[in-house]
Design a protein around this ligand. Structure first.
Ligand code: PMP
Length: 361
């Protein structure tokens, strides 16, 4: 057993997992209490009357190829949200263990930890250095009960990629001590390589990838957790038995084939062009105090009057993300890069308030 697994919950390590109906496609199924007929007009390939294959072999192979790893490194789940939840449940004892997060960051790390009854230690990113990772403080925050460190790169909502050497230092220093989860939900927009090949060096590294962003499949709910095979095996004991719906499996297989990958690449290129336009036009607006450089498909802005910008967006029929409830992000909003027409509509609405503010001044 790899040493980092000593950090998992002892009761999960010894858990006898649920024995789902055996996957034997060559035999006719009278072992899962399913209906032998499809529902009328069920046009799926596999048939919705049948439970799906748990961790479908073809899908796992496909995701492994997509992300440049081995199939045994991949656990497929319902979005990266499920990967986050599985990690917290498998590693953190309620009331005893904790996770480290680096705010401002994606909210689900904290929520999943709290649901599990795990404590959350916050080590803020360094704002003055473009929201860089504070390696020293992350390492100093470790104690015997810290099981997971969540790093998000590119980080949501600040948009920046974390320094690769900094992430690797955390992995190295916390080898055998904590799992380092690197959430790469937005990496396809960043023009940098995934850290996944570093799995060869770091048994405590877990990488999260998602089909929700670059592949336009948020509604399909599918993500890949990429890790050492023994971590994948452990989490496969915890995941619900038939986690991925038939439609999800079929949608991912179809919409990430070579034709669709080429389409995805074109869409990403368009988003990057629009991101540049949004960033430069927002930077010129008198209604915006600061625009952070983004490596993702969204832009973080600090407004002179965030309420006015929210209202202007709504008035233009658009909703943007209000981040003001986050203490680290006063007056901040996050804009997902939309179509050229949507971005133009938003920019015009913001221009209009800037003009009004100018009139009043
Ligand atoms: N990680 C990050 C950083 C995110 O921003 C999101 C979604 N907003 C997720 C994970 C979850 O994505 P999904 O569950 O759709 O894969």
């Amino acid at each position: 057993m790899i040493r980092i697994l000593d950090r998992a919950r002892p009761d999960i390590l010894t858990l006898r997992p649920y024995e789902h109906a055996a996957w034997e496609p060559s035999l006719e199924r009278l072992h899962a209490n399913e209906m032998p007929w499809r529902a009328t007009e069920d046009a799926t390939h596999a048939g919705l009357n049948r439970y799906p294959e748990p961790q479908p072999g073809e899908l796992i192979q496909h995701l492994a190829e997509l992300y440049g790893v081995e199939p045994r490194n991949v656990l497929a789940g319902r979005g990266s949200d499920e990967g986050i939840d599985l990690l917290v449940r498998a590693f953190c004892r309620a009331g005893t263990d904790s996770v480290v997060i680096c705010p401002p960051t994606f909210g689900m790390y904290k929520v999943s930890a709290r649901i599990q009854g795990a404590d959350v230690i916050e080590v803020p990113l360094i704002k003055e250095q473009g929201y860089a990772l504070d390696v020293e403080r992350v390492l100093a925050a470790w104690n015997e009960n810290v099981k997971l460190v969540f790093l998000c790169s590119p980080n949501n909502p600040t948009g920046n990629v974390l320094d690769r050497n900094a992430i690797e230092s955390v992995c190295r220093e916390l080898a055998d001590k904590a799992i380092v989860v690197v959430d790469e939900a937005y990496i396809e927009f960043a023009g940098v390589d995934s850290i996944a090949p570093a799995l060869q060096q770091f048994e405590n590294l877990v990488v999260l990838r998602t089909l929700s962003k670059a592949y336009a499949l948020a509604g399909a709910r599918c993500g890949a957790l990429i890790a050492h095979p023994q971590i994948v095996e452990l989490l496969a004991r915890v995941i619900t038995p038939y986690a991925l719906p038939v439609q999800t499996i079929e949608a991912v297989m179809t919409f990430t084939n070579s034709t669709h990958r080429a389409d995805a690449a074109k869409r990403i290129k368009t988003i990057l062009g629009e991101r540049t336009r949004l960033m430069s036009e927002l930077s010129r607006s008198r209604a915006i105090r600061h625009v952070w450089a983004s490596d993702a498909n969204f832009v973080l802005i600090e407004c002179v009057d965030a309420q006015a910008v929210m209202q202007a967006a709504i008035g233009a029929g658009l909703i943007i993300r209000d981040l003001r409830s986050s203490p680290a992000l006063p007056d901040c909003l996050r804009i997902s890069v939309g179509t050229a027409e949507q971005n133009t509509r938003l920019l015009r609405a913001i221009d209009a308030i800037a003009a009004t503010a100018g009139d009043a001044a």
